[in-house]
Design a protein around this ligand. Structure first.
Ligand code: SF4
Length: 458
């Protein structure tokens, strides 16, 4: 174990992964090395998630595991959303933590380590100032992105100013703070130089980008700037759009820029206006029909991903049936669905959690079973078509079967959507390389995934 080694556990969403990457970069450029073996590390860091119950428990367990085997002289730091929201509880539940680093203070990791090494007494040190004054300023050499093979997530803002009743993120992250456009563009240029083919724009709400910088249609503006600054980035993917803020200008910008994928992730959360009102979410279903209709007209082959919550307090069978009918009618390409998770401190707290667990699970099952049919039908409609696929790995193929590559098409965001299994072209000596974007002739459809043959023009 040496003092200038660190072991970092990153939990939660892609936005947290970007913060973990930034913490790692700061330590590395200051002479630290990362180790996968916690016993070899002078500094142990867990970047926690505090979003919903199961995620919190996973964070507590990761901290407890490291605290249990902690050696003399090692520092254990709890960072991220759970720490920001429940600092005191975290210390009470996991004795042995030396320091707490707030979710917006990732850039202060070195300061905290120096303070901990210099302290006179064993008391844990808090470093939780939630003031956002530094977030949004230029992060200098630190790449606010996380690279996953040929793809990278770029975090364009932090925090959120929306009033969603079930959501704890504004309690943890505070209000919206957009990054300066120049620093986002600089990240894209650096990723382009590293050969990244796809950038995925993430935030709590990408459609609100630049609002705090006085920008109207900030996301559309950013997409235009990104396409100009990083022309060699093949794919730009937009996640986490907020209903009501997908403007005509954004739709036209997405349609007009070939690098911007015809793909949008827009969590709608429900389909019944009453439920949406109780959720304090945009409840104008006509707007959803109109805007999704307009997007599908304007952006050819558009793939739409959405997210729904079932079992929200007060959700009746009639309200749920309306959601089911809405999802059947809209035929979204990709749907993620969750059961309502009670979160103390949110504006939905007074409603409690009245919908029984078995009812929530039964509704989740009905919704996802319906979606499986919709997804399979959408995939079957792609048979005999040719899609560009970003190759990310090689897969196992059965004995006597051609070797397989695995990738994603424009319809697939990493980790949450489908995959494309690519057979070797019969007249080519090998599979396409990882990181290549190649044409694939689709010859099979599964519920979420596709199969096909590499179709490069030989
Ligand atoms: S927009 Fe998303 S992050 Fe913001 S409050 Fe609503 S659910 Fe939470």
């Amino acid at each position: 174990m040496t003092s200038h080694t660190f072991h970092l556990v990153s939990l939660g969403c892609a936005k947290n992964t970007v913060d973990s990457e930034s913490i790692g970069q700061i330590l590395t450029v200051n002479g630290y090395t990362h180790t996968l073996d916690p016993q070899q590390a002078g500094v142990l860091i867990v970047n926690t998630c505090g979003f919903i119950g199961p995620a919190k428990e996973e964070s507590y367990q990761a901290l407890a595991d490291l605290a249990e085997t902690k050696l003399d002289g090692q520092l254990l730091i709890a960072a991220g959303c759970l720490t920001q929201r429940y600092g005191q509880q975290v210390l009470e539940r996991v004795p042995g933590i030396d320091g707490l680093l707030g979710t917006r203070r990732w850039m202060d990791i070195l300061t905290l380590i120096e303070k901990l090494r210099g302290r006179q007494h064993p008391q844990p040190l808090y470093h939780l100032p939630s003031d956002a004054h530094t977030v949004g300023t230029d992060e200098g050499e630190i790449l606010r992105a996380s690279i996953e093979g040929p793809s990278a997530y770029i975090k364009i803002s932090d925090g959120c100013r929306r009033p969603c009743a079930f959501c704890a993120i504004p309690l943890i992250k505070g209000t919206l703070v957009s990054r300066p456009i120049e620093s986002v563009l600089r990240d894209a240029v650096r990723l382009q130089q590293r050969g990244v083919r796809e950038v995925i724009l993430i935030a709590q709400d990408t459609t609100d980008f630049g609002n705090d910088l006085g920008l109207k249609n900030g996301l559309a503006h950013l997409l235009n700037e990104l396409a100009a600054a990083a022309p060699a980035i093949d794919w730009i993917r937009v996640m986490y759009a907020y209903p009501g803020y997908v403007t005509d200008e954004l739709i036209e910008t997405m349609a007009g820029l070939p690098q911007v994928l015809p793909y949008l992730d827009i969590p709608l959360q429900h389909g019944h206006p009453q439920t949406l009102r109780r959720m304090r979410r945009p409840a104008n279903i006509d707007w959803v029909h109109h805007t999704i209709g307009k997007m599908r007209q304007t952006i050819p082959n558009l793939a739409i991903r959405t997210t729904f919550i079932v079992g929200y307090p007060g959700e009746t069978e009639e309200e749920f049936q309306t959601l089911l009918d809405f999802a059947a009618e809209m035929r979204f390409d990709r749907v993620g669905a969750f059961t309502f998770s009670f979160e103390p401190g949110t504006t939905s707290e007074p409603f409690g959690d009245p919908v029984p667990k078995e009812v929530k699970l039964e509704r989740l099952d009905r919704l996802m079973t319906q979606q499986q049919h919709i997804s399979l039908a959408a995939n079957q409609a792609l048979i005999d078509q040719t899609l560009d696929v970003l190759i990310e790995a090689y897969g196992e193929s059965e004995v006597g079967q051609p070797p397989l590559a695995v990738g994603r098409s424009y319809r697939d965001a990493p980790e949450i959507d489908g995959l494309v299994f690519v057979e070797q072209h019969p007249r080519l000596a090998s599979l396409p390389a990882i990181g290549e974007i190649v044409p694939v002739k689709i010859n099979g459809a599964l519920t979420y995934d596709l199969t096909g043959v590499h179709a490069s023009g030989v």
